[in-house]
Design a binder for this molecule. Sequence first.
Ligand code: DC
Length: 223
Amino acid sequence: MNNIAIDGPAGAGKSTIAKKVAEKLGIVYVDTGALYRVVGLHMLNKKIDVNDSSSVIHELKNCKISMDYVDGMQRMFLCGKDVTNLIRTDDVSMAASTVSGIFEVREFLLDLQRNIGKHQDIIMDGRDIGTVVLPDASVKIFLTASINLRAKRRYDQLIASGEKVVFENVLRDMKKRDLQDMNRKISPLKQADDAVLLDTSDLTLEESIESVLKIVGNNGVEI
Ligand code: DC
């Protein structure tokens, strides 16, 4: 199987770019952040303090996650309910980042992620795809951009989806999430040794997509 791994910090454009690349290559796009977001949402729903690891671990057994593709779009289900549109709030982002630092949560989601890539060509994005989930991926890309630009993209997304947010708060939360994701002990966000670094700060979306396709081609992947 040809698996493409894309890692990088929040707001680097991973999902937008990966989705387009998947379309062009005719392969499946897998957003792994959505899995952590569903765990975060479940804990918030159950009023579990996400900083209290033992309570989170105890509650995991009740967190029944599944995913499906409807019209090519990844939909997320929690205990059978479609929660795709409930997992993009700032509260859920932070909860997802916090629970993702717990070893048992990562183990809980690992097989699910690995199995998806076993029988089909995929492009999967996250934080530890190239380092942990798919260490044998055919292509690994570490996508990044300046913190101000990432916060601005995130701010625009939230405003477009009707949320009332202040840019400074989005920037502050993004810095906090970066720190949490990069400094956690287990599977921290970091560039795999064999990943290609792509900084999209000065690139348009089209240019970023072209750059990814070029890297995929340079790695000899014919999909
Ligand atoms: O990609 P995202 O912003 O939707 O991810 C939400 C959080 O989930 C992110 O802050 C860290 C965590 N995450 C992770 O630890 N490992 C992944 N492969 C994907 C996401």
